[in-house]
Design a protein around this ligand. Sequence first.
Ligand code: SF4
Length: 68
Amino acid sequence: MRHDIGIDHDLCIGAGQCALTAPAVFTQDDDGVSALVPGREDGGGSPLVREAARACPVGAITVTPRAG
Ligand code: SF4
């Protein structure tokens, strides 16, 4: 399933749990702030996207299933 993924960069503390959990989808920029891997903005169908959102200690990631 494809998803709409949101990252609240004001909340993100750069803990890196998202990139550790779903490295195909999440990465970190030079400041350690979470970013989406180019081309994987919809999660690439990875079931790990939800795990990454759960793993974030500050709840900065929102995952919404994309209709269709
Ligand atoms: S797990 Fe959360 S706080 Fe850590 S880098 Fe990812 S979005 Fe930021």
